[in-house]
Write a new protein. Structure first.
Length: 667
């Protein structure tokens, strides 16, 4: 597609090329001028910034010239090389002093129209072969960058003429040997079969890479196994995406096969030859999912923001009652567990990541561990979180290995490639791990770096690199035997102190006998389960999903002096009082408090961390401290929703400030 543009253009009539040239000059004149600017590495084809391509918006092409747009969608293998040839002609027409024509410049297309025939969330099938599609998925494997010989020049031994033979991407870049002389000569064309290849030149080679893109599991129906397709990258889009990235690939669907062997079944598969690749960040993806696929700056996004603002304005005098409406929308089929639902929602919202001048990054993603007896709805919270976040991976510790959680090296022929695991695939999202205690002892250490540094260092099969794992971890496990309230968390969970210190919250759910609580749960399950999804009393799932996406993407809360004093004082007291939980009372405890307070400010739709946010963070942290806590022993499992949340908060705030010796802050 890159170097064979001139050859493929021979089949195009001049009127079509002129129409393409006029379109490029009318809509992309400024971009063509930038393409012709000289660069430091001016080696025939590297424009400004090292790019050798022009990205054309398909919406603009279809609106400007419907016939050309339809041709690109239906016959991209013909029309894309013709557009590249028209780009070269447009450069010659717009040439000015100080500019240089890029003979190897190509046209790439993107931003496909949102129609089922073009935009796909499932792997394209054989019916789409030869058409242009836009496929969104996650990169699970990235191959090495190679050099591809796009064509080879042969010289005829009889007429001494030269002709090109193009490489066939459908046959893994194989260049077939011609059977006769292909020099243009009219009726007296040479029919010789004697010819030799000439020495390859630089223009015959282009960067080449193969990646594997898998369907996004969050968009598939329950029980559907995600499929994957090989994507071929050429030219300046090589090495643009790596394992774990969420991408949208616009390209041509092709068949690919190997040379047939007698007596064996032919190996035929589908291939996506990319024209453009767009890598999405987690915030943009979550925002698009919240607004139904609309861009962040679109009108639907602004309407949702106004609706959220109006909701909080209507509850300005009862903010905690409004907050509990959102908290109640978390797992509405589960009765009570107010603090657990609040904690899960704060983990999904997360804090604000920050980086110092040296590039050291302090994570904003929060981690949470649920430790409890069987039947305490731990798995329900994990499944709900995986549904709520657009990019989520739900796995189990039973049978999981370090390679399955992080990254594995896969041999593909003579090469080794990296295939992303659960933590890498959940980058910019959430990784839910059930039965966390069932992970083998040696494999638990592999998640330490991913949870704190938010990256995974790889040194396998000669490949040394670092992959992003910027995700929250929501894990659940049963205690080791019967939970002993007099022992430390390390003893009850059989987890090491470094691993425990990386969890911001550890909720312990003990199924103690409580006749009154059991009666309420039974009545809820038998009679009032349907009331939990009443739209008038609770937020709907779609509305909550939209709210989490907008709050996380657009709100960046900053601390106030009152919140800083509360968090600092609580950290100092915990360092002095809690020798039995030394695994939890490290400097990471203070960082966890900051993240929780910022997440609560996002939940309350604010840009400032106020006193109530810090107090809520302290109350949630107290739920993880079973010994020597400020508020005494807390039964996290038996925590119903308050009848008057604002009144209850005022009482809790007064108690917390009194225990911290900061009574004056309330005024």
């Amino acid at each position: 597609m890159d170097d064979s543009a001139g050859d493929a253009a021979y089949g195009a009539d001049q009127d079509t090329l002129n129409a393409m040239q006029m379109f490029l000059e009318d809509h992309y004149a400024a971009a063509i001028h930038r393409l012709m600017l000289p660069s430091d590495d001016d080696d025939e084809g590297e424009g400004e910034g090292g790019s050798n391509s022009l990205l054309v918006d398909l919406h603009v092409l279809i609106e400007s010239n419907h016939e050309l747009g339809q041709g690109v969608l239906e016959k991209p293998s013909l029309y894309l090389p013709w557009l590249s040839q028209a780009l070269v002609q447009a450069q010659r027409r717009l040439l000015a002093p100080g500019l240089a024509v890029r003979e190897r410049a190509v046209v790439r297309v993107g931003n496909a129209p949102n129609t089922p025939l073009v935009v796909r969330t499932r792997v394209p099938g054989s019916l789409e072969a030869g058409r242009l599609v836009s496929f969104s998925g996650t990169v699970i494997r990235s191959g090495a960058v190679k050099m591809l010989e796009t064509h080879r020049t042969f010289e005829c031994g009889t007429c001494r003429g030269r002709f090109r033979v193009l490489a066939e991407i459908e046959q893994f870049g194989y260049i077939p040997k011609p059977t006769r002389c292909m020099v243009e000569g009219g009726e007296e064309a040479c029919r010789s079969t004697a010819f030799v290849p000439t020495s390859p030149d630089q223009s015959a080679c282009v960067d080449y890479q193969e990646i594997k893109v898998q369907e996004q599991a969050g968009r598939l129906a329950m029980g559907t196994i995600p499929r994957a397709i090989v994507v071929v990258l050429e030219g300046d889009i090589v090495d643009r995406a790596k394992s774990g990235d969420a991408v949208t690939v616009t390209g041509t669907v092709l068949y690919r096969w190997r040379a047939p062997v007698v007596g064996e079944r032919p190996d035929i598969s589908l291939l996506l030859r990319a024209s453009s690749v767009a890598v999405h960040s987690g915030e943009a993806q979550g925002l698009a999912g919240a607004s139904g696929g609309t861009a962040a700056g679109g009108a639907p996004g602004d309407e949702l923001m106004d609706a959220f603002g109006a909701f909080w304005a209507a509850h300005v005098r009862t903010p905690m009652q409004a907050r509990d409406q959102l908290v109640g929308a978390v797992c509405p089929r589960v009765y009570g567990l107010h603090r657990v639902k609040l904690a899960v929602l704060l983990v999904l919202l997360g804090g604000v990541a920050r980086a110092d001048a040296g590039g050291l990054r302090v994570r904003g993603e929060a981690h949470m561990l649920l430790v409890g007896d069987p039947g305490t709805a731990k798995s329900q919270f994990l499944k709900f979180a995986a549904r709520l976040v657009p990019r989520a991976v739900l796995t189990t510790g039973v049978g999981s290995t370090s390679a399955g959680l992080t990254v594995t090296a896969v041999r593909d022929g003579a090469e080794w490639q990296l295939e992303a695991g659960a933590l890498v695939l959940a980058d910019r999202g959430i990784c839910c791990i059930d039965e966390f205690g069932s992970i083998r002892e040696g494999d638990k250490a592999t998640v330490l770096e991913a949870m704190e540094q938010q990256s995974i260092s790889v040194a396998k099969a000669g490949i040394v690199c670092k992959l992003n794992a910027r995700c929250s971890v929501l894990a659940a496990m049963n205690p080791r035997g019967r939970y002993d309230t007099t022992a430390s968390l390390s003893v009850n969970t059989a987890l090491s102190s470094p691993l425990l210190s990386r969890f911001d919250l550890i909720m312990v759910l003990l199924d103690t006998r409580n006749d009154q609580w059991d009666m309420r749960v039974a009545e809820f399950l038998l009679e009032g389960a349907d009331l939990a999804e009443d739209a008038g009393a609770w937020w709907s799932f779609e509305r909550l999903q939209a709210y989490v996406g907008f709050a996380k993407a657009r709100l960046q809360p900053r601390a106030s002096s009152a919140s800083e004093r509360v968090l600092t004082r609580y950290y100092q007291i915990q360092r002095q009082r809690d020798p039995a939980a030394s695994a939890r009372t490290t400097i990471r405890l203070l960082e966890s408090l900051i993240r929780l307070a910022q997440a609560h400010a996002r939940l309350m739709f604010r840009d400032t961390v106020l006193l109530c946010d810090a107090v809520t963070a302290v109350v949630l942290m107290e739920s993880t401290m079973l010994t020597a806590s400020l508020l005494g022993s807390v039964d996290t499992l038996h925590t119903p929703f308050a009848d008057d949340p604002d009144k209850e908060y005022k009482e809790t705030e007064a108690l917390v400030l009194s225990r911290l010796g900061l009574e004056g802050l309330a005024e």
